[in-house]
Design a protein around this ligand. Sequence first.
Ligand code: HQG
Length: 182
Amino acid sequence: MDEKIIKGTSKFLSFVLRHSPETIHLKLDENGWADVDELIIQSNKHNVPLDFDLLKIVVETNDKKRFAFNEDQTKIRASQGHSIEVELNLDAVEPLDYLYHGTVATSIESIKEKGLQKISRQHVHLSKDKETAIKVGSRRGKPIILIVDAKSMYQEGFKFYLSDNGVWLTDEVPAKYIEFKN
Ligand code: HQG
């Protein structure tokens, strides 16, 4: 299978499953699941060629495991990253002592003032290691890595969730828990 097709399909799935299902007249349930048959039908109706085999390849080979099927593969959802409201039903868990966030210089003053905010997503996204945070920050320019004192946050009552694909999620990170080293 052509890499370009797989990448393009992954981008398309991110768009419809995280941000804008209505663009292809797709309905997600409250937990973010789309019916696989409906997704295939609506994608093709909107000129995006998709069949079950391609969907399966994208789910299985995706570099960040962004999408997941339910058990019998009749439903599919994005594991995190939504801007639309969905209830992922993740259990709150104890985080690693330190988590990382990759951002860029233009955001730093505002983060110092307001902490890390969800902006357009459902959660603030944090990474388990610096390497991953560097990749996240690099999407926007020269990355700056912030270190989050997740242990103290947890001890002081903040909730953390671990998405099915290993991204740490929380509602906000007040500035006092962030180390601005760079
Ligand atoms: C910044 C990708 C100003 C924040 C990645 C970031 C991730 C603030 C941007 C996932 C701020 C939001 C999410 C504040 C936060 N003032 N700027 N108070 N608080 N920001 O894309 O974390 O490839 O919504 O630093 O790998 O960059 O899509 O969040 O630069 O896991 O699967 O506002 O998206 O995953 O940007 O990335 P985003 P993010 P996928």
